[in-house]
Design a protein around this ligand. Sequence first.
Ligand SMILES: Cc1ncc(COP(=O)(O)O)c(C=O)c1O
Length: 379
Amino acid sequence: MRRRDFIRAGTVSGIVAGTGAFGAASDPLAALVRGPGRRTRSGEVRLNSNENPLGIAPAAREALVDAITLANRYPSAQNAAMVSQLAAAHDVGDDQVVLGTGSAEVLQMAVQAFAAPRARLVMADPTYEAVTNYQRTEAYELIKVPLTSDHEHDLDRMREAAEGSGHPALVYLCNPNNPTATITPSAAIDAWIADAPPHVFFLSDEAYIEYVEDDRMWSSLQWIESKRNVLVVKTFSKIYALAGLRLGYGIAHPDTAARLRDFASRNNVNQLAIAAAGASYGDEGLIMKSREVNRQSREMTEATLDELDLQRMPTHANFLMHRINGDLATYRNRMAEAGFLVGRDFPPKLDWNRLSFGLPEDMGRFCDTLRDFRKKGWI
Ligand SMILES: Cc1ncc(COP(=O)(O)O)c(C=O)c1O
C-alpha cells in the first residue's frame, strides 16, 4: 500500500494513535516528517504562528523528493497543472485561479490591484495584519472597525465605512478571524455581498476554513461566478501543513483574476511547493488527522483555561485567544523560558495571548506550565 493510500484507508482513531506520527515508528520517512518543525532550533515548542504541528504528509514528502530533479527548470508547466487541479476541485475555470507564494502574495496582489486615489481599505480590528502592511505604500485611507462584543466583524459599521464615501473600497473579511479565531456568520456577509455596489470589493480570506465545524459559516466561493467584486483567498499553510513552502491561491471571476495576475511576480510559485501541494490537496486522511489532532489539543487547552478561570474566546481554527492577567511581553518571556513560543502583540487586545495549538503531548506540557504560572501568581 502506498503511503497516501495508507492515510486514506486509516480511521481517525487509528491514524491519531500516538499523536503526530503519520506512519509506524520504524518508518524513516515518518520519523523525518514527525520530529523536526515542532520546535525551534533552540528547542522551544512553536505555539506562535498558527502552523500545523503535524509536519507534512508522507505523500507530500515523497513528491518533494521527486521534484528535486525539476529544480533546474522554470515551473510554468507544473504551475499550469496546479492551477487546473485547483480549478477542477473548485469547479471553476483555469482562468479563475491565481497562485501566490503563500496566500500572503494574493492578498498583496489584491491590495495593489485595487488601490486608487481616495480608495478606502476597510477591515476589522484586530485582524490579520498583512493587508495593513501592504497598503502602506498605496493610496488607501485605512479604516479599522472594532469587532463586535461577540468578536464578529461589525458588518454594519464596515458597510457604512465602505459605501459611505462613494469611492472604491476594498473590504478585508478574515473568516475565521486571525487573531481571535472567531467567525462572522456567512449569511450576514452574503446579504451584504448580494446588495453591495460594484465599487465595493470583497477580499474574503479563508485561511482557516477547513477547521470550521460551525454551520453558521461557509465559503464565499458561491459569489465568484456572478460578482467581479469578490476574491476568495485560500492557503496550503494551515490544514495542509505546508507553511514553509509558501503556496496559496485566489479564486475570482476571470476578469478579476486577470487583473490580479498583473501584480504577481513572474514564476512566483516554485517546483517544490507545487509538487507537495499537488500531492496533499484533497487528501481526506490528512485533513481528518489535522482536524482531529487540533480538536484534542483545543479541548485540553480549553479545559485548562476554564480550570484556571482564564477567559477565552470561542475558537473555530487552530488557535485561540485567552486572557493572561498581566503584561503580555513578560508572559511571553516567561513562556519562552519554559520552552514555549506564544503569540505576538495584537493591539488593542494587549492582555490576551494568541495561542496556536501544538501536538496534544506538547499542549499537555503547556497546560502544566500554565498551572505552574498560576501557582507563582504570574497569570
Ligand atoms: C488569516 C490569514 N491569512 C493569510 C495568512 C498568510 O498565510 P500564507 O501566506 O502562509 O498562505 C495567514 C497566516 O497566518 C493568516 O492567518
